[in-house]
Design a protein. Structure first.
Length: 301
């Protein structure tokens, strides 16, 4: 059986085969007198979030067979539609949650923030972040709600607003990142690794490797959140390695010597490929300059 928490450890072949089996089982449940519970539905939706056909068949079976679907089931289906970029259907699922009289929870709130962010409606995303969910008021933002909003700001290019929200989240408004040191801690909501990964990812995406690296220091030294291999993979990408090779190489050294994290194979291969690409570009520039020099020198002979 595929377990949701180990989903990223499975190969695509594992997922495809399990998806085919799930579809076959669901198709034959009715004739076999087998009934799913809401927990079964939620588990299946978790496992096959990337398999659109399997997801829809599971949901259709649950609907037609009268399974009582709780907010957890709806959240999983909503998340699956977002993964599949079926945003119109995702908004329809939100309406179904309201019509079913279900109480949106924290996960619903984070999904809604991301959904509005993905469709460019930042005003609606901010309203949900501020506590307005399906016409109802919610509690103060949790770390997961903050992380969702940080990610939405980043994907829409608002990195400066991300920084302000992070300082607001941690109760450090008015402080500069470079001023923060061990012991300052958090006067608000404690950030987790997901918080910093959102900040690091989007700063690196917009070529600000220096600030992305600052957040690595802050997460470790100020908040005691240990960087992992993925932290550095968010900085050292194929694009940043070519554009900011020296900084990315220094980040790889920081991984090993500063944080005791051995650079994964992807990082090593990315830096090797970037180094070769830069060397090839440099060679082509030299050849072009030599050719141009010979052309001009011939004109004046």
């Amino acid at each position: 059986h595929l377990q949701p928490k180990f989903r990223h450890g499975y190969t695509q072949r594992d997922i495809d085969r399990a998806g085919e089996r799930a579809q076959h089982v669901v198709q034959n449940m009715g004739s076999g007198g087998i009934e799913l519970t809401s927990e079964d539905v939620e588990h299946l939706l978790h496992c096959f979030v990337h398999k659109a056909e399997a997801i829809d068949q599971i949901w259709q079976y649950a609907t037609l067979s009268g399974v009582v679907r709780d907010i957890g089931c709806f959240n999983c289906y909503l998340n699956a539609k977002m993964w599949g970029k079926q945003y119109e259907r995702a908004f329809a699922v939100v309406e179904e949650i309201v019509q079913a009289g279900l109480e949106p929870n924290e996960y619903t709130r984070t999904c809604l923030i991301r959904l509005y962010g993905l469709t460019g409606d930042l005003a609606a995303a901010r309203r949900v972040f501020d506590g307005e969910v399906s016409g109802k008021s919610s509690s103060s933002p949790s770390v997961h709600v903050y992380n969702a909003m940080l990610d939405v700001l980043g994907m829409n290019g608002l990195v400066e607003e991300m920084r302000h929200l992070f300082l607001q989240m941690t109760g450090l408004v008015g402080r500069d990142l470079s001023e923060l040191a061990r012991g300052h801690g958090s006067g608000g909501v404690n950030p987790n690794r997901g918080t910093f990964h959102a900040l690091i990812k989007w700063h690196a995406t917009y070529w600000d490797v220096d600030t992305a690296t600052k957040y690595v220091r802050v997460m470790s030294e100020v908040f005691g959140v240990r960087p992992v291999a993925k932290t550095f993979k968010l900085i050292i990408t194929r694009k940043t390695a070519v554009r900011e090779f020296q900084k990315c190489a220094a980040t790889a050294v920081l991984m090993s010597e500063g944080h005791g994290v051995e650079p994964p194979g992807f990082v090593v291969r990315t830096l090797e490929r970037a180094s070769k690409q830069l060397a090839d570009m440099e060679q082509k520039v030299k050849e072009s300059e030599a050719q141009r020099s010979s052309v001009f020198s011939g004109l004046f002979d």
